[in-house]
Write a protein that binds this ligand. Structure first.
Ligand code: BGC
Length: 381
């Protein structure tokens, strides 16, 4: 029996009916209410629970890892799963969610494409008593999201900003240094946090004149981050944007010193633009930030074409979500560690935040390889 049916039957008929074994049962999944430790407490069995997992796209390495790891953990624990990727198309994601609901999903785990576009479909999920977990990205403007699990997104940006501050020794050096800032997709709630974390560190230096932005694509405040966002987080779009800025504002021999890139997919495109413009690793290559620890970017770090990445060990996120699901199914309190930060416009969503880690050429072995995220072979080491 599904968790949905379990909750409904338990509410209507009471646990006694379930214990006597006369409860109506789903045709696909047999009822198997468990008596935990003989205390008369009912829980549904994992094999009777269907978890729908909606991921945004296969085009980025991290989401493939996120999806397969979460699915693997849940299946190992006995759950039924339905994992879907949506080509970064909002409508496709909505119809995948609709199918999961129709199919009897009990829990939905959603890494949204546009965090503001899911309210109607989630109202439908709520009407069916489905529990919704926002995965990595917050879902906005709806009361129908129950929990959120993510990395500390503001901290990600702060680590990028602090890295730039320290790499250029902005406290002591006179500068000025030429900076080009980028931001993530305007429809992704995380992108605002990444930018704010970084800009809170860097904007004072921009105001002071130690950092100069020749393209003038320099938001006057955190709220204006969308003006420099790259819709859909595409590498090619970032490459085009960087190439345009280099052609328009750096043509006369002006040197670019530093690029704030919010993630690895953008950093990949930016690095190609830099290469195209003749920058040479180890010589005049600008400081370039990133996020995720994608394999291609770690290879770029080793090759001197990217300075750092903020690594988010997606295995930890999947494990956290699997724990949340177990707690939900067991009827236990779901553990969270932030009840303040993630206001989705309707409610503050109970959140579990995980700490991200800075990776540079100096600690690849101790972080990515020691933890088994990559083998030395994966990285040609
Ligand atoms: C995620 C990042 C990722 C970006 C692009 C963000 O929501 O938090 O890890 O790089 O989306 O997919």
């Amino acid at each position: 029996m599904s968790l949905r049916k379990f909750k409904t039957i338990a509410a209507v008929a009471g646990a006694a009916i379930l214990l006597s074994g006369v409860a109506a049962c789903s045709q696909e999944r047999e009822p198997e209410a468990q008596d935990t430790e003989g205390q008369g407490e009912e829980t549904a069995a994992p094999e009777d629970i269907l978890v729908g997992i909606a991921m945004p796209t296969r085009s980025l390495e991290r989401w493939n890892k996120d999806g397969s790891h979460l699915q693997g953990l849940l299946e190992e624990a006995g759950y039924e799963t339905n994992l879907q990727y949506a080509d970064n198309e909002v409508d496709q994601q909505i119809s995948q969610l609709q199918n999961m609901i129709n199919e009897g999903a009990d829990i939905l785990v959603i890494a949204s494409i546009d965090g503001t576009a899911l309210a109607p479909i989630l109202a439908e999920a709520k009407a069916q008593d489905i529990t919704v977990i926002a995965y990595d990205r917050l879902i906005n403007e709806t009361p129908d999201v129950d929990y959120y699990a993510t990395f500390d997104n503001y901290r990600v940006g702060q680590l990028q900003g602090e890295f730039i501050r320290d790499a250029l020794d902005l406290e002591n050096a006179d500068g000025p240094f030429n900076l080009e800032p980028f931001a993530g997709s305007p429809d992704d709630n995380n992108a605002k946090f990444f930018f704010s974390g970084a800009w809170d560190v860097l904007l004072p230096y921009v105001k002071e004149g130690k950092l100069v932005v020749p393209s003038a694509k320099s938001p006057a405040s955190n709220d204006e981050w969308q003006s420099i966002g790259i819709l859909g987080w595409g590498s090619e779009d970032a490459q085009d944007e960087m190439t345009n800025r280099l052609n328009s504002f750096y043509a006369g021999g002006t040197k670019l010193d530093v690029v704030l890139s919010p993630n690895d997919s953008l950093a990949l495109g930016i690095a190609q633009a830099l290469e195209g413009a003749g920058y040479v690793p180890g010589e005049d290559w600008p400081v370039l930030t990133g996020q995720d620890g994608d394999q291609a970017n770690v290879l770029n770090i080793i090759a001197g074409k990217q300075s750092m990445t903020v690594w988010k060990d997606t295995r930890l996120l999947a494990e956290r979500v699997a724990t949340m699901i177990q707690q939900i199914v067991n009827g236990e309190e779901v553990e969270v560690n932030d009840n303040e930060t993630y206001d989705n416009g309707v409610k503050v969503v109970p959140t579990f935040l995980i700490d991200p880690t800075v990776v540079t050429a100096d600690n690849i072995e101790d972080t990515l390889i020691a933890s088994g995220f990559y083998t030395a072979e994966d990285l040609g080491l």
